[in-house]
Design a protein around this ligand. Sequence first.
Ligand code: NAG
Ligand code: NAG
Ligand code: NAG
Length: 218
Amino acid sequence: MSGFLVKGPSGPLVAPLGSSVVLPCYVVEPLPMKDLEVEWRRTDSAILVHLYQDDESRPESQQQDYHDRAHFFIDQIQHGNFSLRLDNLRAEDDGRYTCRVYISGSDESVSVSVGEDVTLNCSVNSHITPEHIEEVSWKKTNEDILVLLYQNNKTLPDSSDERYRDRVEFFTAEIPKGNFSLRLKSVRTEDKGVYMCQVFAGGLSANATAVLGRMGES
Ligand SMILES: *[C@@H]1O[C@H](CO)[C@@H](O)[C@H](O)[C@H]1NC(C)=O
Ligand SMILES: *[C@@H]1O[C@H](CO)[C@@H](O)[C@H](O)[C@H]1NC(C)=O
Ligand SMILES: *[C@@H]1O[C@H](CO)[C@@H](O)[C@H](O)[C@H]1NC(C)=O
C-alpha cells in the first residue's frame, strides 16, 4: 500500500494513569514538507489537542489541559511520522484521537477572456491511491460556493452551485496521476476569484488554490 494514507494503531492503546503514551500517526511515503499542517483532535469533542502549523507547534491554539502534556516530535516529520506523546495520563484522556495532515499544493494565477474555457490546476505532489480518495471538492473561496463535488468515485453534478452547473468538467481519468484539475467553460466576469481544491484521502487532506485573475474582454 503506498503513500497517501495515514496509519494509526491497529487496536486500542492502554496505559496506566500518570504514565505516557505515544499515539501513532504516520505515512509510509514521505510528504512534501512545505506548508504541512498537522492537527490532533479528540474525535468525540473535536477539542484541539495539538496543532503544528507554519513550521512550529502552536500551543496558543490547543486546549489548555494539554499544554504541557502533549509532545509532538518535530524532528520526526521528515520521516512522515506525526505521532503525539501524551504525558501524565488522566482518566479524562480516555477516548478517541484523530490525526489529520494537511498539505498544500502550489498557488497559481491564471488569466482568461470572458467566454473562453479555462483549466484550473490542482495537482498534489504525493502518491494517492485512487481507491483511498473519499472526496474532492472545488470551492470558490471568497463566496464559499461549491463549484464541484466528487464523492464515492462519482462526480455529483447536482451539488454544484447553479452558477457552475453544466459549466464544469472534472477529469476522473486523471485522478491516479494526482491531477484534480477542473475545466471551467465559457468564463463569466463574476467567475473571477480564488478557487480551492481539497482532496480527502484516509486521514489526509490536501489542498491547492487557483486564482482566476485578470479578465479580459474578447
Ligand atoms: C515516531 O516517533 C516516535 C517518537 O520518536 C516513536 O516513538 C515512534 O516509534 C515513531 N513511529 C514511527 C512509525 O516511526
Ligand atoms: C471506488 O473505486 C475503488 C476501485 O477503483 C474501490 O476500491 C472503492 O471501494 C470505490 N469506492 C466506493 C465508495 O465505491
Ligand atoms: C490535468 O488534466 C487536464 C485534463 O486532461 C490537463 O489539461 C492538465 O494539463 C493536467 N494537469 C497536469 C498537471 O497534468
